[in-house]
Design a protein around this ligand. Structure first.
Ligand SMILES: NC(=O)c1ccc[n+]([C@@H]2O[C@H](COP(=O)([O-])OP(=O)(O)OC[C@H]3O[C@@H](n4cnc5c(N)ncnc54)[C@H](OP(=O)(O)O)[C@@H]3O)[C@@H](O)[C@H]2O)c1
Length: 331
């Protein structure tokens, strides 16, 4: 069995050359659990921090030994669990970047793939979708009349934020993304009302002109600089979801402090979001999100490649912000 490992310990932004694809013995079926042939594995920004031992106190994987951590979907090929049959489709959180994985029965969540590409359980109906749902429906409690801004809007989390906010009745949904192609995706396939390309010249002025003082909810995925901008244009008593800081994960300096004076001036409410807190709400999330996905109202583009050997290059694109949509590998 093939698996992807770190070639050496990391102290910098991960690049494709930092990984190796090696042969390893396939994992055995855990007692009472399942063995799964993975069909798709997920690449997520937090893994970049995890590989450097910077994520939620979790250790970096052992170079040349442990598979890179990552979520996966696939089919059960061996079962010692009464709840799982061979052939069942499952989502495994700690699958790892490898061809076959083992999981406890409770860690192999059955998924309904009828009429869907199973990879959707890594994006719109997976952890990124749950993150967006938690922030929009449980923390910011978006409803009719809200004007919602999100950055990294072409990505899995950002794209789902806008579409779920729309489904919850938001009056306007606005994205920020890097480049005209990403913005076309955001206003086209994702159906946002507007998208500002942060690589273009006068985007800050255009945003101020159209939305100054009108943003009631902001969902932060990227940086303190973007947060400052969003706060500047917020209506009083706005709500902010602090979800990610993608531009700071591999920086040499820690992220700058929050603009407390601005938070006071705007009477803003800030919600830190950690998706782990919502894993026990997955079925509730799916009951709302799966019908939207089946109706085509919740859809996420993919930066997809075929085969484990491509995983390092796809991941390098993701951690440098050059991905468009959900980064994943089909096996
Ligand atoms: N709090 C939680 O529990 C939780 C759970 C899941 C994800 N997250 C966070 O949610 C955010 C989005 O995740 P995602 O999986 O959907 O990823 P993603 O949006 O597909 O990828 C990250 C995006 O961030 C933007 N970016 C801007 N500056 C960057 C930089 N210097 N380096 C890298 N990226 C940069 C890029 O988009 P543009 O080119 O459009 O700027 C890039 O495509 C991330 O911050 C992630 O860590 C948090």
């Amino acid at each position: 069995m093939k698996q992807v490992v770190l070639a050496h310990a990391l102290d910098h932004r991960p690049a494709a050359a930092d990984f190796a694809v090696i042969d390893a013995a396939p994992p055995v079926c855990p007692k009472g659990g399942v063995r799964v042939q993975l069909s798709h594995i997920s690449m997520d920004p937090y893994v970049g921090s995890r590989l450097r031992g910077r994520h939620m106190g979790e250790p970096a994987p052992e170079p040349m030994i442990e598979a890179i951590p990552g979520h996966g979907v696939g089919r059960v090929i061996e079962s010692q669990s009464a709840e799982h049959a061979v052939g069942d489709w499952v989502y495994v959180m700690d699958a790892g970047w490898r061809e076959v994985t083992g999981a406890a029965a409770s860690d192999a969540r059955k998924i309904d793939v009828r009429g869907l590409d199973p990879a959707i359980y890594l994006s719109a109906l997976g952890m990124p979708g749950l993150t967006a749902w938690a922030g929009i429906t449980q923390l910011a409690k978006v409803g009719e009349g809200d004007v919602v801004l999100v950055d990294a809007a072409a990505g899995a989390v950002g794209g789902a934020v806008g579409q779920i906010a729309r489904a919850r009745g938001a009056a306007e949904v606005i994205g920020i993304a890097g480049g005209p192609e990403k913005c076309a995706l955001v206003t086209g396939r994702y159906g946002f009302d507007a998208c500002f390309d942060h690589r273009s010249e006068s985007w800050r002025d255009q945003l101020a002109e159209r939305y100054g003082g009108r943003i009631s909810v902001h969902f932060e995925n990227v940086s303190v600089d973007m947060l400052m901008l969003a706060l500047t244009h917020m209506a009083a008593y706005g709500r902010v979801v602090l979800c990610g800081l993608a531009a700071h994960y591999h920086a040499d300096q820690p992220a700058p402090g929050l603009p407390i004076g601005m938070v006071i001036g705007k009477r803003a409410k800030l919600h830190g979001l950690v998706v782990y807190d919502f894993y026990d709400r997955w079925e509730e999330f799916l009951s709302e999100a799966a019908p939207l996905a089946r109706e085509g109202r919740l859809t996420i583009a993919e930066d997809r490649a075929q085969g484990l050997a491509e995983a390092p290059a796809v991941f390098e694109r993701l951690v440098s912000g050059r991905n468009t949509g959900k980064a994943l590998i089909a096996l």
